[in-house]
Design a protein around this ligand. Sequence first.
Ligand code: MN
Length: 283
Amino acid sequence: MRNVRIITDSLRTSVGPFTVKQPLPTNALRYADPFLLLHHAGPHRFEPGSQGAKIEAHPHRGFEPVTFVYRGSVLHRDSLGNEGVIGAGEVQWITSGSGIMHEEGPTPDMARDGGEVELIQLWVNLPVANKMMEPAYQEIHHDRIPKLSVLNDHLHLSVVAGAIGNAVGPARTQSPVLAAMGTMQAGGSGTVDVTDHETLALYLLSGQARINGEHVVGPHRLVVFDPGEGGFSLEVLEEGNILLLAGQPLNEPVVQHGPFVMSTEDEIKKAFRDFAGGKFGEV
Ligand code: MN
């Protein structure tokens, strides 16, 4: 079992048309290596005919923006020529590498009929040696995501990356990462076992739970555990949704500016020059 290192509360910030909850980074926690940033958008209801939900084309370099959709659906387009729809319970794993441009917005159905969207975007850092790799895009649909039932069937995990129990997620990652979307039901109680990852964190989108028998946490809180082995105990007090994350610290310098995450100031300047010079392509 691991002790809780810190529990952060979310800041509020704006991303395009969304006001998002941001439990990482905060003043108290700069990152949970290799996880740099977590944005929780929604649940947000869009009116029929609403086009305002679009995040216009923008670049990334040097890390992996990963989108976990909990409700609704998202239409994605990028400079590699990908275009796809990610629905509830599905994931888009972008390896920005040397550079990608992308835009995200409502699907045509959603723009016409309105609807509700809730998603998380997570920034996973890339090892320095992989920051300038070829960009890649993984669209991970339902049928590829194994489900794991724990806490006597009161916690259902959809394993996106890494291994937990006998479930192995389909995402290709550039360092060892475990990511699982979860739904918890009140009354569940037990241990969530996570092995082989030094970094371990749990985010609550909704609901309430008691961690390790002593910390009662509610919506928009990120619980980060001490480095080490093993998992934690979880008692579900109120049903809700979670994101479970684990990884291996990269222990490398992080220099972030806007949509770029590199390891030196010079590399950041070069990213801005390359972007101004059109080297990230077009959506
Ligand atoms: Mn983006």
